[in-house]
Design a protein around this ligand. Structure first.
Ligand SMILES: Nc1ncnc2c1ncn2[C@@H]1O[C@H](COP(=O)(O)OP(=O)(O)OP(=O)(O)O)[C@@H](O)[C@H]1O
Ligand SMILES: [Mg+2]
Length: 244
């Protein structure tokens, strides 16, 4: 597998706090890479650096031979970097269908898509994530689990090559989590490479080819699920140090 997305020494400071500290990693083509780490570890900040909603303090990001770390977020989206948001903000006053159509209009097909075509593709994406019956509902009337699925449908309509998922399973029950796992596998089967941030360890273990662990902004592990989840530094980061 060849790297599709690569971070080199990425750092992001917020005043005195180093939220992401000299992080390097690669995402290979066709891979699902899990990001885990305790609350505040820097996972969302890293996704924001990759998608362009935050600029790095230093470091480089490469995507398919393009250096993109100074590129505007909308340009990265057009190149094929799509993300979901941990804090969901659907467009109020628009139906679920039109929320997703916005993705189709401004994603990789931007410029060519007409509203009618965008709505057709939005309908397919809603069906894909199991939200077909909610197409005409206002986004703000949807419950938490459906808003999570709407986030996925919105980003899929952008036809991403890399999908960055920030806690799309938070707040879902076990049955809903299994459904989302199935959707993410189906997405990968269409050739999209994926980064999944999740606190649900079962989901991360089931989905990921590889897992990277952040702690206080630093990468502390990167490897197969078996090796990483059994690593004593990772267990310590989650559970704290054993008292002797
Ligand atoms: N815009 C910001 N301004 C100042 N500090 C920020 C900002 N965004 C994030 N931080 C801080 O950076 C650190 C990393 O936050 P981040 O949201 O990336 O963590 P996370 O790993 O996604 O956590 P969680 O699992 O709770 O979602 C935290 O200490 C957070 O308070
Ligand atoms: Mg987060």
């Amino acid at each position: 597998m060849s790297p599709l997305l690569e971070a080199r020494g990425l750092t992001r400071r917020f005043a005195g706090l180093v939220a992401v500290n000299d992080v390097s990693f690669t995402l290979n083509s066709g891979e699902i890479l899990g990001f885990i780490g305790p609350n505040g570890a820097g996972k969302t900040t890293l996704i924001s650096l990759l998608s362009g909603t935050l600029a790095p303090t230093s470091g480089e990001i490469w995507f398919d031979a393009h250096r993109i770390d100074r590129m505007a977020a909308f340009r990265r989206a057009r190149l094929g970097i799509g993300r979901t948001f941990q804090i969901m903000k659907p467009f109020p006053g628009l139906s679920a269908l039109d929320n997703v159509a916005v993705g189709a209009l401004f994603g990789r097909g931007a410029g060519q898509s007409k509203l009618k075509l965008a709505r057709e593709s939005a309908r397919e994406c809603l069906e894909f994530v199991g939200m077909g019956k909610h197409a005409d509902h206002y986004a703000e009337d949807l419950g938490g689990p459906d808003r999570k699925r709407l986030e996925l449908a919105k980003v899929l309509a952008m036809q991403p090559r890399v999908l960055l998922c920030d806690e799309v399973m938070a707040g879902l029950n076990l049955v809903e989590i299994d459904e989302v796992i199935r959707v993410i596998r189906k997405v990968r089967d269409t050739g999209i490479s994926i980064i999944v941030i999740e606190h649900v360890i079962k989901a991360i273990r089931d989905l990921s080819d590889r897992i990277m662990v952040l702690h206080h902004g630093e990468k502390i592990a990167d490897g197969t699920p078996g090796a990483v989840l059994g690593d004593s530094r990772v267990i310590e980061a989650y559970l704290g140090k054993k008292r002797s």
